[in-house]
Write a protein that binds this ligand. Structure first.
Ligand code: PMP
Length: 455
């Protein structure tokens, strides 16, 4: 069979049988699908042999690139022992070793690891743990949550209940529990810049806590970088203040590090950038280098101890998933963390980030670039219709989508967030690869916005 006919057959089957996430299938089915066949380093290859840079780390999770011998070996090695077991009433070697490792590398105070298999399930666990923590301690009025405007924590019902992106979440509102929403500091779109954006967030939080802390179990936050809302970077010091306010008012802090964890922001975890130690922390995505679906919720002794009791006291955390602590996933996570350490990858992010920043410097002066936001290797470029007034493009203009499609033609994959073009390369990208990717990114933006400098 020729490559073309293999492609056509798979494209037909894709159309006939697959329902893709976050995708309007009517639109998708009218396009030529991209069908990936293999990956090597930071490149992905489609079934027709075309090469693309993985400019969004396959949805922000790839760390070391694709087809990495050390990671492949960790999986095959474990495969020869046992592929699946459960943590219900037993343990397995990689799950134990990974738990120890996670406790060592996460912020101070996090001492216990509860596994799951996606960011969303990790968030569900954190929410349920926070709720039951107060319940077990007899403070049963503390049962609501605080989240932040435009937050995204995953797509299961609890995670959507603390989500605040109307496009994704509004439809489901009758199914959800309600949460308090405070503003996330989004300096570009708030009057008065970073300082006043930060102050507005803190004032809203302070007011809420002063009035209702006795009814609030926890605050959940995407620390330092709010991802799905458009890679929005918090002003310095804001996270530390949020943590201090929560502590003062006896409200647990849940750090959702699903996107920011494992080096992306320039520190191992975004909380480390401000020396913040949350009560609960959720990790996923990059935990296995992106290879296999493992997530984890970490808790402090204080949280754990509230569940530690004689069986008859009914303080058990009744929650678990069939794949919890999957040994293949835990083995590859251990191998990934080992590689990160050996190659000093987190330490290397600041050099990589400076190179990217330098390459993207001129974009800030382009006519339709409103703001270039960057924290480590998380980059978002907000496109605007009018630079002076910061007027956004209408969503029907689909500028982000068009830029991504143009980047794909030029040989790089990425996925936009509304009018924000996202660039989140694998941590393993070399300087030459980063330079090539940023060139494609810039050219795609220039072409789609029809170029031009100034306001
Ligand atoms: N939290 C954050 C901050 C995320 O960015 C995401 C995914 N983009 C999730 C949770 C959900 O993770 P998953 O897709 O693995 O369920």
């Amino acid at each position: 069979m020729s490559v073309t006919s293999i492609y056509e057959r798979l494209a037909d089957m894709n159309k006939a049988y697959l329902w893709h996430p976050f995708t309007q299938m009517k639109e998708y089915n009218n396009s030529d699908p991209l069908i990936i066949e293999r990956g090597e380093g930071v490149m992905l290859y489609d079934i027709q042999g075309r090469a693309y840079y993985d400019g969004f780390s396959s949805v922000w999770l790839n760390v070391h690139g694709h087809n990495v011998p050390e990671l492949n070996l960790a999986i095959t090695d474990q495969l020869g022992r046992v592929a699946h077991s459960t943590l219900l009433g037993m343990a397995n070697v990689p799950a134990i070793e990974l738990a120890e490792k996670l406790v060592q590398i996460t912020p101070e105070g996090l001492t216990k690891v509860f596994y799951s298999d996606s960011g969303a399930t990790g968030v569900e666990i954190a929410l349920k743990m926070a709720f039951q923590y107060w319940y077990n301690r007899g403070r049963r009025g503390k049962k609501t949550f605080i989240t932040m405007n435009q937050a995204y924590h995953g797509d299961t019902i609890g995670a959507v209940s603390v989500g605040a992106i109307p496009l994704y979440h509004a439809t489901f509102s009758p199914m959800l529990f309600s949460s308090h929403v405070i503003p996330y500091p989004y300096a570009y779109r708030q009057d008065g810049g970073a300082k006043s954006a930060s102050e507005a967030t803190l004032a809203a939080l302070r007011n809420l806590l002063e009035e209702q802390a006795d009814q609030i179990a926890a605050l959940i936050v995407e620390p330092i970088v709010q991802g799905a809302s458009g890679i929005v970077v918090m002003p310095q010091g804001c996270l530390r203040e949020i943590a201090a306010l929560c502590r003062r008012h006896e409200v647990l802090l849940i750090a959702d590090e699903v996107a920011t964890g494992f080096g992306r922001t320039g520190a191992m975890f975004a909380c480390d950038l401000e020396g913040v130690s949350p009560d609960l922390m959720v990790v996923g995505k990059g935990l296995t280098g992106g290879y296999l679906p493992v997530a984890a919720t970490l808790a402090t002794d204080e949280v754990y101890d509230a569940f530690y009791a004689d069986y008859g006291e009914q303080k058990t955390f009744f929650h678990g998933h069939s794949f919890t602590g999957n040994p293949l996933g835990c083995a590859v996570a251990l191998a990934s963390l080992k590689l990160m350490e050996e190659r000093r990858m987190v330490q290397g992010v600041s050099t990589q980030a400076s190179l990217v920043a330098k390459k993207l410097e001129t974009l800030a002066d382009w006519k339709h670039v409103g703001e270039v936001r960057q924290q480590g290797l998380m980059i978002g470029i907000e496109l605007v219709q009018d630079k002076a007034s910061r007027k956004a493009y209408d969503w029907t203009d689909r500028m982000g989508v068009r830029t991504s499609l143009r980047a794909r033609e030029l040989g790089m994959l990425t996925r936009p967030l509304g009018n924000v073009v996202v660039f989140i390369p694998p941590l393993a990208s070399t300087e030459a690869e980063l330079a090539a990717m940023t060139d494609i990114l810039a050219k795609a933006i220039w072409d789609v916005t029809e170029g031009g400098w100034g306001a």
